[in-house]
Design a protein around this ligand. Structure first.
Ligand code: XMP
Length: 508
């Protein structure tokens, strides 16, 4: 299979380069600049990413590219372009003005394949504080903006190209076309990476890898674990043993409904109701991090106990996806931003199983496309993300069975309402939060002193940043009435209008 290598110098945009490349149906992998892959020969071309560093600093990434430059098609982006200039006999200097944001190409050299069909004035996105004053040896300027003369260049006699702006961000209107020109016209990629293709290839590899051994996998009801399970099931059938644990903190009727769906999909799945075990372990615990740790621990106990019942289990299947993998091998090392809430976790020491992760090279949208190609129900694929600790982190303060039940009812009214009003698919994630306050109300002639719930609905692409959704007032009015009328113990509903940052999506 044809592969592109993206060498990461730590830019916030590196993942975006990979996404654009995948959108062009080309397979790519990101590797940190200081760990060139051993199988370098397998990569047909290389892109050098941007970086927060300046090439002029001693501690900046200065890898040896002698195995790459001049030998394979090479494209430097931003820092990558400056790096090729700096070490190729050119000059990189601090910009006299800050070059950040939109700019337009004011010069494009004619008859250059690299800029084929890119119109003059095309908008590009700049984000740099150094500029390429003088091109490297053999450098030919291909494009300029008003402030940046060397916005794009190539090196004579070799397939080396460089651009100062970021083709991967949407603000660079023709950025994807430039990437396509480089990858297809210059590097000769055939664009054969598709979900169907991926399924076929992965099934073959999984069969070889696993042979006749048994695999256990924890299903969560979420998209990733479901797609991983269906893919494994396609490869090894009943050798896959799925375990779906009810921690008692799922949505209303979720355990029964999802279990039924899984069975209908032909998965060999065992539902384990451990609600009591979780609730007992969480008794009187209010601290959010403590809740997460307890839920993680009890889950491992339950899962381990169940997996021991599977005879000859040799493998642990996991629904890990590419952003998690990139995070754990990033230039900066395992990132400090990994929160304890990413409780998917690694392999507990006491389970001596080999790990199989069929989705570890896919982005979330690709997982959905693969799921669709496997024939998984679109409703299941379009489900909102739901946190592992479930309602435990949406019940502020301590957790009781009664509070769980109240919140499940409220949440169900909200989510069903979103579906009924055709709003569910416009929202990235939604849910209800049970607040640890009572407030005064009046129902009939009676004074009430009951619970308050908050509703939260956000738009996002990856959960890292989010904005609250402007749900229609008449919808909010209807939902609020329905909740207060139907859910005993709740007399007030509020809507959360905080964005992330500075707030987070969950309240705990
Ligand atoms: P925050 O609250 O950090 O949430 O803005 C971002 C995304 O992560 C989910 N989330 C979790 N997922 N275990 C999970 O599996 C957790 O402990 C957890 N906490 C937050 C949250 O639902 C949102 O999608």
């Amino acid at each position: 299979m044809e592969k592109l290598l993206i060498l990461d110098f730590g830019s916030q945009y590196t993942q975006l380069i990979a996404r654009r490349v995948r959108e062009l149906n080309i397979y790519c992998e990101i590797h940190p600049y200081n760990h060139l892959p051993e199988n370098l020969d397998e990569f047909a071309a290389v892109i050098l990413s941007g970086s927060p560093f300046s090439v002029r600093n001693d501690d900046a990434p200065h890898p040896d590219l002698s195995q790459i430059r001049g030998r394979k098609p090479l494209l430097g982006v931003c820092y990558g372009a400056q790096y090729l200039a700096h070490f190729g006999g050119g000059e990189v200097a601090p910009s006299s003005i800050r070059e950040y944001g939109r700019a337009n190409l004011s010069f494009i050299k004619e008859n250059e394949v690299f800029l084929d069909k890119i119109p003059l004035n095309s908008q590009v996105w700049m984000s740099h504080s150094d500029t390429i004053k003088q091109l490297p040896q053999g450098g030919i300027c291909l494009a300029s903006t008003k402030d940046v003369i060397n916005a794009a260049y190539r090196i004579e006699g070799e397939p080396t190209y460089a651009i100062q702006f970021h083709p991967e961000v949407y603000h660079s209107t023709d950025g994807k076309k430039i990437l396509e020109n480089f990858l297809v016209q210059i590097a000769g990629f055939k664009q054969t990476w598709t979900p169907d293709n991926f399924v076929e290839m992965t099934v073959t590899t999984l069969k070889e890898q696993i042979g006749d051994e048994q695999v256990v996998l924890g299903l969560s009801g979420g998209v990733d674990s479901t797609v991983a399970a269906v893919l494994l099931n396609k490869a090894i059938g009943q050798q896959l043993h799925c375990i779906f644990v009810n921690n008692g903190l799922l949505r209303k009727n979720e355990f029964q409904n999802v279990l039924k769906q899984y069975e209908g999909m032909g998965l060999n799945v065992k539902g384990v109701d451990a609600s009591q075990q979780f609730l007992e372990a969480l008794k009187d615990v209010s601290d959010p991090e403590q809740k997460r740790k307890i839920i993680g621990r009890v889950f491992i106990e339950v899962f381990d106990n169940e997996s021991h019942k599977v005879e000859n289990a040799r493998w642990l299947g996991q629904g890990t996806i590419y952003p998690d993998v990139i995070e754990s091998v990033s230039v900066k090392g395992p990132s400090a931003t990994i929160k304890s809430h990413h409780n998917v976790g690694g392999l507990p020491d006491f389970m001596k199983l080999k790990v199989v992760e069929p989705l570890r090279m896919l982005f979330k949208d690709e997982v959905r496309r693969v799921g669709a190609s496997l024939g998984i129900n679109p409703e299941l694929l379009g489900r909102h993300p739901f946190p592992g600790p479930g309602l435990a982190i949406r019940i502020l303060g301590d957790i009781t069975a009664e509070k769980v039940q109240i919140l499940q009812e409220v949440d169900a009214i909200f989510i069903d309402g979103l579906k009924e009003y055709g709003l569910y698919d416009k929202v990235w994630q939604a849910g209800a939060i049970l607040l640890p306050v009572n407030s005064v109300g009046v129902m009939g002639d009676e004074r009430t002193y009951e619970k308050c719930v908050a509703l939260r609905a956000v738009e996002s692409t990856d959960g890292m940043t989010a904005d609250w959704v402007h749900l229609p007032y008449d919808f909010l009015q209807k939902i609020s009435n329905e909740i207060i009328n139907k859910v005993k113990g709740v007399n007030r509903v509020v809507y959360d209008i905080s964005s992330k940052p500075p707030a987070t999506i969950e309240w705990e």
